[in-house]
Each structure stands twice: as structure tokens, then as C-alpha cells.
Write a protein that binds this ligand. Sequence first.
Ligand SMILES: Cc1ncc(COP(=O)(O)O)c(C=O)c1O
Length: 448
Amino acid sequence: MAQSAQQGPLFFREWRHEHPVIERAEGMYLYGADGRRYLDAAGGVHVVGIGHGVQEVVDAMERQARKVCFAYGGAFTNQAQWDLADKILALAPPGMRKVYFVSGGSEANEIALTAIHHYFVEKGKPTKTRVIARWQSYHGSTVGAMSMTGNVLRRRDHSAYALPFPHINPCNCYRCPYGSTYPECGLACAWELDRTIRREGPDTIAAFIAEPLVGTTAGAFTPPPGYYEVIRQVCDQHDVLFVADEVITGFGRTGQKFGSDHWQAVPDIITCAKGISSGYAPIGAVVIQDKIWQAFAQGPRDTFFIGYTFSGHPVSCATALAVQNYLEKHDLIKRSAAMGDYLKRRLLDLAERTPSIGEVRGKGLMLGVEFVRDKASKKPFPAEAHFAGRVVRAALAKGLHLIGSSGTADGEVGDHLLITPPFIITEAQCDEMVAILEETLCEVMSNG
Ligand SMILES: Cc1ncc(COP(=O)(O)O)c(C=O)c1O
């Protein structure tokens, strides 16, 4: 049973494709109304860490809903909000001081943008307004977040109203933008930030934003050692804030608490969403360093005017708190690292016997699989082939939910999958996933 996307009242994002009706979900699987079962290799869309249908999280939601579902955050607070903020600060890198709740990743990046500007106004540097981001990144669909987003395909239709934010090359060792290799490259792509700030004018640049590992739009581009240490050094030198967009990488996805923990480079701001609540409720957060809070606290103003109706929603906060407690109780971040190692080995084995897989990369359970038409030359499939889309749909028909995207090679062509299953995945389920993927790739390749 599928919801025909062209009929009915729903405005689907991809209206030419059918959307199976999901009736329930448990553990690693989604169950369709027609009785079909789908192995969730994408954690929804890089969201679900603890698995589906955890009763104690549902109980926590119910308990909170029975107490109070909504009390306006501009006038009231709630205990769940305080407890969750404490929990996030305990997990976050050193020096993080305050948490501002929102409802998702785009909102988190919008708030970060306005908080950055407020910070520099308080510091007497109001001309610092622009943010440098990277090509092939994704930071959300609202105007500010889309202006930072460097994904060409997503920007194309929306650039008319995008803010004039500069972009630098991503760190992509498989297709180095400088045609070099690590470590001989000297991390040229990180030093590009320095050149760009100087060229644009340090007095106009407020921040640099990056996903620790680039997610949906690049299939887990993973910087080598030293990359973010250079970024941190350059930001410090020019009084530019470093924002880590941890919407996917936060809360254990990469096998560490935050993606930033893989490097010795503590961000000034972390934006997060998805994994906070494992998808049980919509929530995101902006986490700021003490130095930013001090500028707010000591400045002449006492109001941050930008906010959202559902910021700090009691049920969302209680849900996310229960999810984080569950993650801790079952040591699931460690499990993300261990199962990520296992799954990566299995995907690397698959790559060896599959001509269309050019690279497998990533950390923990955030793994990218990049497709190529020719392994030796790394030539991608033409855009018209819609290779990733065909793989995703063929896999779904076989009971495997994947997320794939295009533009991996240069923003226009190239295809990848971003594999992000819940951390509770077993070795047998990893094997099941790889077997269905192999069968799918054989089918798609043989169909031309
Ligand atoms: C890195 C990153 N930032 C921001 C967002 C936007 O988050 P949301 O869809 O919750 O607005 C996403 C969504 O995929 C993301 O992957």
C-alpha cells in the first residue's frame, strides 16, 4: 500500500514517487500498512540513534504530556528544559556555557546566524556580518541556512534571495580540489579559509561554518588529521567564530559524543538537532561558548529578539532527555563506534567486488558510499542517469531504506549513499543490509 504522490492533499517533496504508508516501527525496522518490512539503514534521515519504538521514551513523552504540553517559553520554563540543557552541556566540548532550544536543524543555524551578529555588535564590530561556508555542504532550507548551504543543486532555485556569503572548497581527499594528496597537500583546503577571509576583508567576516563530516550532500567527506586544527587557528587569527553544524554528527553518530571530538579544535558554537531526540520529537539546539554568553550578558541589551513559538517545547525536551538517558544507559555511543567499524569493513569488502563503488568513508555509523562509472579514473555517472535515486528506489522495493543524493563529485555530478543506521544495529543486520545493497547494485547496473 503506497500513497500515490500525485493524488490526494499531500504536497510531497518528490511527487513523482510513491511513498509507502508506514504503520509502525520497532528496533531497526519500519513496517508498512501492506505488511512489508523495511530495514532502516538511514535512521530515517540520519536521525534515529536509539532505534524505533523504545517504550521508556514513549512513557517519558506521555508523562510530560500529562503534566503540561505547552507553556510559552518567552514567559515560562519547565524542568525538562533545564535538565536537557544540563545534559547537553555535560556531553559538549569544553567551555560550552548556554543552550538555546529550537525545533530543528535549519532553525538552529538561523539562530546561530543572529547570535553571531549580536555577539559582534556587543563587541563593537558590527560590520562583521558574513559567514563563510563550504561548497557541497547542507545547513538547512530557511533563507539564512540556505545561504550558508553550498550544495549547488539545492541553491540553484533559491539563489535569488540568498545572502552574499562566500564559500570555500570542501575537504575531499578522494577528489582533492587541489589535485594533491594528504599529507603532501599541506592541508591547502583548510588554508583556503585564511586566503578567503583576507580577500573578503576580516572586518566583514563573522564566522565560518562546517559540518565536521559533510552529511547529506557529500556522503561523509571526512577531513584528515590536522584539518580542523588549521581552521581553528585561522579563525582565532581573524576573530572569526567557528560554528560546527553537528545536526547529523552530534550525539554519537560518528562514534564520539560530537563529531568535533575527533579533532583538537573546539568550536565556538555547535548547532544540533536530529539525534538529540532520535526523531521521537522535533527539537534542535544552539550551544554557545562562555565567551559568547559573556558578550551577551555584559552588553547593554537584555533581549535576544529572535526566537520561535515552540522553542523549548516541554514534550520535546522531556523526550530528548529520555533519549539521551537511554543512549547513556546502554552505552550506545561506544556501540556506534564499534558497529561502525564492522559495517565499514563489510562495505569495503563490497567495494572490492563492486565496480560501481569508488570509495567508502566516514566514522562510526556515518558512512558514505560514493558511486563511480569507472573506478580507475573515478569518473562519475552522468547526472541524467540519476544513479543514486535509482539505487534508493530499487533498494526500497527489496525492503531496505537508504538515503542517497547527487552532486557528490563537483556539486553537479556524482552519486552517493549516506548510511546512518540506528546504533543498535547487529552484525547480522549489517550483513543483511550489505547483501540487499549488493543485490540492488547488480540489478541497477544490469538495467543500464
Ligand atoms: C548538517 C545539517 N544541517 C542542517 C540541517 C537542517 O535540519 P532540519 O531539516 O532539521 O531543518 C540538516 C538536515 O539534513 C543537516 O544535515
